[in-house]
Write a protein that binds this ligand. Structure first.
Ligand code: HEM
Length: 451
């Protein structure tokens, strides 16, 4: 891979696709470590050299890298190609890429050798936050310098991307406030700030992903109506409010005014509902010819719509205060996190990757590859459904047994182990499905980079 990247540097190929290459590799690595973590649920001694305390952060960091890299790669490519906005600098994205790659490799090495020091999501030594911060400054500077040249009404995704970038920087800094004794030494203040930052952080990456969804829908349809409709701006407004208030449902254990929580629920559900509606309207307005031409991207976007609805239903249930206290910290929270990062974010981002790869490489996937991708698509989604349901059942059972308070923790874990076995097997099935989707994409990128 390094060889390819060096060659790419020499030939000055599209930087967007190099980000996508790294994104897809991170996704494979992430799901691989996810499978190891899951196997460790049922066979605790499995792969002793990488125990759960290491495999979990390896999994989470790599899948989060997938979400960021694929969103960023899309933005770098779409701005000059489709928005008529040549990048302010073509050099900064390359510096951005190398910082991301080198910092990423150091972070993974730290996890493998057991050097931690950070907190949830950013478990690596805090010093490594500095290059991450710098790379986002470069990205933000280039983005705003580029888009401020745009005259006339901005399509909604330009607002979404800009908001996502700005708030990532803001909340990323906030998530490190615990380094200061003023925050760290007061538990309520510490937990409040920490979870507030994480809630908003998810809100900021959602802005990048939902902006990408609207962009891809606009391009597949071939007109700007999707990105300039009232519904899209309403969704942006809700997403923005969600980014500011959505943290409220993360900090149940911390005393806060009840109206903030209710307001937060209302906003986050409406945001998902509107995203679902936008995709639904788009799907119904597409001609058969357009669906057919962009069949892979189309399928992934439609799949994301189904996951929007399922996650909305789950979010509704777990946001009821009485239920949340009992589900918090069980596998239901994990189902909520993975249901949305896989079902919604990953489906949308795969749609964008296929749109971008097809566009840059002018590569029409051969029939044989299309068949593999189609089977991979179905395998991924069917196993994802089983995976998600098994987490829900495991969480419900665990919550119930904890409330009954009759069994020891070991006994509770034994009771839910059949669900965790189904979870692990379906997770591995999903991994195979994803590989079937990703390999043809990697092959197309390889052909482009080597020519
Ligand atoms: C695109 C694919 C995936 C994404 C985006 C993803 C995302 C995530 C996220 C965000 C978390 C953190 C959840 C939390 O903090 O509550 C997580 C945890 C986890 N994931 Fe995944 N995941 C993916 C695929 C998989 C697969 C295929 C497996 C198993 C085969 C898996 C197994 C796990 C396990 C075991 C945990 C830890 C759960 C715990 O701590 O109780 N993931 N994943």
């Amino acid at each position: 891979m390094m060889e390819q990247l060096v060659k790419n540097e020499k030939k000055k190929k599209e930087i967007g696709i190099v980000f996508i290459l790294l994104a897809l590799i991170s996704l494979i690595g992430g799901v691989f470590f996810g499978s190891i973590s899951a196997l460790q649920f049922i066979i605790p001694d499995f792969l002793n050299s990488i125990p759960f305390v290491k495999s979990r952060p390896l999994h989470v960091s790599l899948v989060v890298a997938w979400i960021f890299l694929s969103s960023i790669g899309g933005i770098y490519y779409y701005l000059p190609r489709y928005c008529n906005l040549p990048l302010f600098s073509n050099k900064l994205p390359r510096i951005h890429f190398w910082i991301f790659l080198f910092t990423g490799v150091i972070i993974l090495t730290c996890y493998i050798i057991g050097k931690f020091g950070g907190r949830e999501y950013w478990e690596f030594p805090p010093i490594l936050a500095i290059p991450i911060f710098i790379s986002w400054i470069l990205f933000g500077f280039n983005y705003f310098k580029t888009v401020f040249k745009k005259v006339g009404q901005w399509p909604v995704y330009l607002w979404m991307w800009g908001t996502g970038i700005f708030f990532f920087l803001f909340t990323f800094s906030e998530s490190y406030l615990w380094l200061f004794p003023y925050f760290r030494d007061n538990i309520v203040r510490d937990i409040t700030v920490q979870w507030k930052a994480y809630g908003a952080l998810v809100g900021s990456w959602n802005m990048l992903v939902y902006g990408t969804a609207i962009f891809v829908m606009e391009r597949v349809k071939g007109d700007e109506s999707v990105a300039k409709s009232k519904l899209s701006y309403l969704m942006y407004f809700l997403g923005f409010t969600n980014l500011l208030f959505g943290w409220a449902h993360h900090i149940y254990i911390v005393p806060s005014a009840p109206w903030i929580r209710y307001f937060a629920y209302f906003i986050s559900m409406t945001e998902l509902l509107i995203l679902g509606k936008i995709i639904w309207n788009w799907k119904n307005s597409l001609s058969e010819a357009k669906k057919d031409f962009h069949i892979i991207s189309y399928r992934f976007i439609v799949a994301s719509d189904i996951w929007v609805m399922l996650n909305l239903a789950l979010a509704l249930v777990i946001s009821v205060p009485a239920i949340n206290i009992f589900t918090h910290g069980t596998h239901i929270t994990v189902a909520h996190a993975m249901g949305s990062t896989i079902g919604i974010n990953t489906m949308i981002l795969l749609a964008s990757c296929f749109f971008l790869i097809g566009d840059i490489t002018k590569h029409q996937f051969q029939l044989q590859h299309r068949k593999i991708i189609k089977s991979g698509f179905w395998i991924t989604n069917i196993f994802l459904m089983i995976f998600w349901l098994s987490l829900l059942f495991a969480g419900a059972e665990k919550g119930k047994l904890i409330v009954e308070d009759k069994l020891s923790f070991q006994e509770i874990m034994q009771n839910i182990s059949p669900y965790l076995t189904v979870f692990t097997i379906s997770g591995i099935g999903m991994f195979i499905g994803l590989l079937m989707v990703i390999f043809p994409a990697l092959k197309a990128i390889k052909t482009y980079l080597l020519n």
